[in-house]
Design a binder for this molecule. Structure first.
Ligand code: 5GP
Ligand code: ZN
Length: 114
């Protein structure tokens, strides 16, 4: 989608530190990390948020989640623990309206989130 920063990363129009890629999804380092491990996972196809994922494409959600699990294991945080965050809409703090999972780890997370 034009003017979407994550679509530009998918299309290699702006650079990113990629950690995983296949035909359907991409994972890359967050530009402003909030934890020692902070990776974003996105579908290559543009969906603004969870609210826009069609029911007939729900497999993309499990693919994102299980890839986050795989990356957590590769980054050696799989056993110590990690947090996956999916902000949806303004009240959640979503700033980039191309759906993305945050994978956080490498430090003790606090609860409840802010
Ligand atoms: P949100 O608040 O929408 O859930 O999170 C957006 C995330 O995208 C933020 O953690 C922010 O640091 C990250 N981000 C924004 N622009 C860029 C960019 O151009 N490149 C990368 N790698 N991350 C970005
Ligand atoms: Zn997009």
């Amino acid at each position: 989608m034009k003017d979407c920063i994550f679509c530009k990363i998918v299309n290699n129009e702006i650079p990113a530190e990629k950690v995983y890629e296949d035909d359907d999804i991409l994972a890359f380092e967050d530009i402003n990390p909030k934890a020692p491990v902070h990776i974003l996972l996105i579908p290559k196809q543009h969906f603004a948020s969870l609210n826009e994922i069609p029911k007939d494409q729900k497999e993309i959600l499990s693919h994102l989640m299980l890839t986050a699990r795989k990356i957590a294991s590769e980054k050696k945080i799989g056993k110590k623990g990690y947090r996956i965050v999916l902000n949806t809409g303004k009240d959640s703090g979503q700033e980039v309206f191309h759906i993305h999972l945050h994978l956080f780890g490498g430090r003790r997370m606090t609860w409840p989130p802010g």
